[in-house]
Design a protein around this ligand. Sequence first.
Ligand code: ATP
Length: 213
Amino acid sequence: PCGRMPLGAVSLEKSYGDLAVLKGVDLAVDRGSRLVVLGYNGAGKTTLLRLLAGRERPDGGRVVHGHGLRLGYFAQEHDTLDTGASVRENLAAAAPGLTDGEVRRVLGSFLFGGDDADKPAGVLSGGEKTRLALAGLVHSGANVLLLDEPTNNLDPASRDEVLAAVGTYPGAIVMVTHDEGALDALRPDRVLLLPDGTEDLWNAEYRELVALT
Ligand code: ATP
């Protein structure tokens, strides 16, 4: 019914108590397209991704999941990882299409040089968890990835690796970011601004980010 649009939202509204966070957000994510979501702290970026992922329900409007949508979600809190399972098991579970050899190759090149494959994912650092989760998503076979500030806690070298890997991902990507390098690397087709209604908070940094696109 949605044609080539795997994911969309119509007039999305979400409040927490008296706080109206999303006040009528529309978006359409076409196949293979890249959308970056910008806004201040508290503007509702994570809330929007959680609604798109079906983790929360909107108070108004609706999320449209197109036929055959397979969604991958990167949460800043890394709650998609199984902390008791090993690094290797997490990657294999996230990307069931990979052969054992491909899992070894991904772990060897993209993650940790392969040495940490048998560690439980729970003992990894924040940045290592990010890299593991993103490696799983990039190879998951999902057709839309929702990425919530994926470069947040990465050192510069890891950030470049991750952005290169994400850049080769063939499906659609919706990325929340404050990172100019990530915005640049993703080359978004569109940028969605979530205003919080306080114009004087709209600072030069964001103007520059928007001007880049
Ligand atoms: P940041 O850039 O800081 O990550 P954000 O744009 O992702 O911010 P959200 O995490 O979506 O913002 O939060 C938007 C607002 O909604 C914030 O003021 C937050 O405190 C509030 N909020 C989010 N989740 C809840 C909740 N479960 N209960 C109450 N308030 C919430």
